[in-house]
Design a binder for this molecule. Structure first.
Ligand code: OAD
Ligand code: ZN
Length: 253
């Protein structure tokens, strides 16, 4: 029932000159074969027992990485050894772009599947960085390297560890993200997809949306403000299936 309501909102977005912002999380990429973080059983944090970590999140903590980068690189080798392809959800976002109604995507994902789906990099705001470039943890020299499986890359200048330019826990978020957050207050429709909205400051940017903004959640479970009455429209289930359904209703190919 809500699908029809949401399809209507999308159908009229152009006519109403509506700006759509999207907030994206790991759930958008699970069907590509990349696990999310917190889903019970399948999420990354439930599957790190062999790494002997103080806590599951330590694997993405910069202070822990500086002491022991091995678990991070082991995980990286295990996870990112395939050529992942964008999901139906990424294609749906590309369709929003093609229809001229996509204002910005704020993504926590570092897998680069938004760009791979053909979304204009100018429209993507990376909250947690990306794996496109790397730098030395000590002297910050930039690297553009292909990682060798099971090998920790070392800086040629100072022999420090090289890390991908993703945001680890205990690091600040990219300036571009911080500067772009106020744009959320100007959007008319905010679509939140595949995130538990449990990591701050990203989770708090939903609160930047205005009172009149139409808020839509596409996720397996209710999260953040969507758990409350009047939190927004919730389309619950697999995001690929939901966006397929919306495209069918809208007759979008
Ligand atoms: P989470 O794993 O915390 O949340 C993923 C959300 O997507 C959950 O609510 C799932 O129920 C939902 N989900 C999973 N697969 C889905 C599917 N196919 N269809 C619909 N919903 C689905 O992932 P994020 O919220 O992205 O940060 O995690 C946020 C941050 O925590 C990450 O960017 C990362 C992590 O620690 C850092 O490492 C700094
Ligand atoms: Zn260095």
């Amino acid at each position: 029932m809500y699908n029809i309501e949401v399809a209507d909102i999308l159908k009229n977005a152009d006519k109403n000159n509506h700006k759509i912002c999207v907030l994206l999380g790991a759930g958008a990429s699970t069907s590509a074969g990349i696990p999310d973080f917190r889903s019970a059983g399948t999420g990354l944090y439930d599957n790190l027992k062999d790494y002997d970590l103080p806590s599951p999140e330590s694997i993405f903590d910069i202070n822990y990485f500086k002491i022991n980068p091995k678990p991070f690189y082991q995980l990286r080798s295990k996870l990112f050894n395939k050529d992942f392809q964008p999901t139906k959800t990424h294609s749906f976002l590309k369709t929003l772009q093609d229809k001229g109604i996509l204002s910005r995507i704020f993504t926590q994902n570092i897998d680069g599947l938004e760009e791979k789906a053909g979304i204009d990099p100018e429209l993507i705001i990376y909250a947690h960085g990306s794996i496109k470039t790397s730098s030395c943890v000590d002297c910050k020299t930039k690297y553009s390297i292909e990682y060798e499986i099971n090998k920790i890359p070392i800086c040629e200048v100072c022999e420090g560890y090289i890390r991908p330019d993703i945001v680890f826990f205990n690091e600040t978020l990219p300036q571009k993200f911080i500067q772009s957050v106020p744009q959320i207050s100007k959007c008319d429709v905010l679509i939140v997809i595949g995130t538990s909205l449990s990591v701050y400051p990203f989770a708090s940017i939903v609160d930047y949306a205005s009172k009149d903004c139409i808020k839509i959640l596409i996720n397996k479970e209710k999260v953040g403000p969507f758990r409350f009455e009047n939190g927004g429209i919730c389309l619950l289930g697999s995001c690929d299936e939901i966006v397929n359904d919306l495209c069918d209703i809208l007759d979008w190919k």
